[in-house]
Design a protein around this ligand. Structure first.
Ligand code: ZN
Length: 446
């Protein structure tokens, strides 16, 4: 029997997987995440309830290639109060109100002195923007432009009760080992690396979607009966987190055969795959096939974006693609309070997860086969491979067998055949399995 190929989830009941992903995001949303600190640790604890996550730490001040791990930032309170004591902006109301890594301050300032520390979006007056000041010591507040315009002249009390102190950078790692499929039955050494960032406060699409989908993908690969690759999932602050992993694991870096950065998997639009720097790697071929069949979009690499910038760097050359929907900076909710839980649809996350499980299926099972009856077309009927009741045209199952036999020269992969035939990889893979069971096809040793 052919395995059913999952289609887009849109219009179908989202089910228990969607409920799990949603519940995880609801718990993560209010935590005060940043590059470092308790919000990251608390977030990793939530993720670790579903998968065996190991927490890794790198001390403040550690050099990571050209970067230095910053001091740890923690927030107790931060607000601006007017002359009557009314808080006109307060981080307790929304995590985005405080500029990330704001230095401590207690002062009474006139509006003209306060104004340079207030950030808003005049063109989007009803949303709170996201700002950080990781590498420049400063403090500031973000607020709705509408609220900023309403501030009366006068004196304001500013309280930023934060700490910047030596601590650590924290990231999470989930490793799902390969099973015994390598030479001599040993587990293979090739790895698939999946990263998603854990450093954004209170934004659902640009953060939580990658985390919650990656957790479900980790659970999926852990449940596979056989794995050709090991799978490593990093839940790490952007840039520094993956650089810290790369710095600490020089022996593992060459094993990473395929890498994928996950974020922005909700928020509307089709799936968008950003290719690796070379654009012709195994991950590119696998994701292009899956995303293309789902009506998604494929884009070229550029050295801007998320962790793919670090992984694809010439010093590492890890082939890292990125899967999102509408990419960062191309939707008005990006990096604002409007990127909330309502902005992300359950059906989008289920669809993204299904696409990723199909990508895993390609990475695990793509192979070249040799046609063992290559002199013309072998008879399928006597071998029980042809449907007894012939129709007017060969159905997809038969066509998949004919395509597979027709191209299996020991060098052409099943994925290449699927692309040439315009068939789903799963259909061609199922055809190859039936032909192999009938003695017509042999997998080329790899
Ligand atoms: Zn972002």
């Amino acid at each position: 029997m052919l395995r059913p190929v999952p289609g887009p989830a849109v219009g179908r009941p989202a089910g228990p997987v969607a409920a799990r992903m949603r519940e995880r995001m609801e718990r993560l949303q209010p935590l005060h995440r940043s590059l470092t600190g308790d919000g990251v640790r608390e977030s990793l604890a939530v993720l670790g309830e579903s998968v065996p996550l190991r927490v890794r730490t790198v001390p403040s001040g550690a050099r990571v290639f050209d970067w230095t791990v910053p001091e740890e930032w923690s927030v107790r309170a931060a607000y601006v109060a007017d002359g009557s004591g009314r808080r006109v902006v307060d981080v307790a109301e929304h995590p985005l109100h405080l500029v990330g890594y704001s230095t401590p301050v207690r002062a009474r300032l006139g509006l003209d002195e306060l104004r340079p520390h207030l950030h808003s979006l005049p063109e989007q007056p009803d949303v709170v923007p996201f700002r950080t000041s990781y590498y420049t010591r400063d403090w500031g507040f973000c607020l709705r432009h509408r609220d900023l315009l309403a501030l009366a002249p006068g004196e304001y009390d500013v309280v930023v009760d934060t700490t910047l102190a030596p601590g650590e950078l924290t990231y999470g790692e989930v490793v799902v080992p390969a099973t015994g499929v390598g030479p001599g039955g040993r587990a293979g050494q090739a790895e698939v690396l999946v990263t998603s960032h854990v450093c954004h406060p209170a934004m659902a699409n640009d953060n939580l979607t990658g985390l919650t989908v990656a957790v479900e993908l980790a659970a999926h690969v852990a449940a596979l009966p056989q794995r050709r690759h090991a799978y490593r999932f990093l839940f790490a602050p952007g840039t520094l987190g993956v650089l810290a992993w790369l710095a600490r694991n020089p022996d593992l870096v060459p094993r990473v055969r395929h890498a994928l950065v996950l974020t922005g998997l909700g928020g509307g639009g089709p799936l968008v795959y950003k290719q690796t720097r070379h654009g012709d790697r195994g991950i590119d071929r696998a994701v292009r096939h899956v995303v293309g069949r789902r009506g998604g979009e494929v884009r070229a690499y550029s050295p801007w974006g998320y962790d793919e910038r670090q992984l694809n760097a010439v010093g590492f050359g890890v082939p890292a693609g990125r899967l999102t929907r509408t990419p960062h900076g191309e939707y008005p909710e990006y990096h604002t309070s409007a990127d909330d839980l309502a902005f992300v649809g359950d059906d989008e996350l289920v669809d993204a997860l299904e696409a990723l499980t199909e990508v895993v299926d390609v990475l695990e099972h793509d192979a070249a086969y040799t046609n063992l009856a290559p002199y013309g077309e072998p008879q399928l009927g006597p071998r029980g491979l042809y449907p007894a009741t012939g129709g007017r045209s060969a159905d997809e199952e038969v066509m998949a067998m004919l395509w597979t036999l027709g191209y299996s020269d020991g060098a052409t992969s099943l994925l290449a055949i699927a692309e040439t035939a315009g068939l789903p990889f799963a259909t061609v893979r199922a055809a190859a399995a039936r032909l192999a069971a009938a003695g017509l096809l042999a997998e080329r040793s790899r």
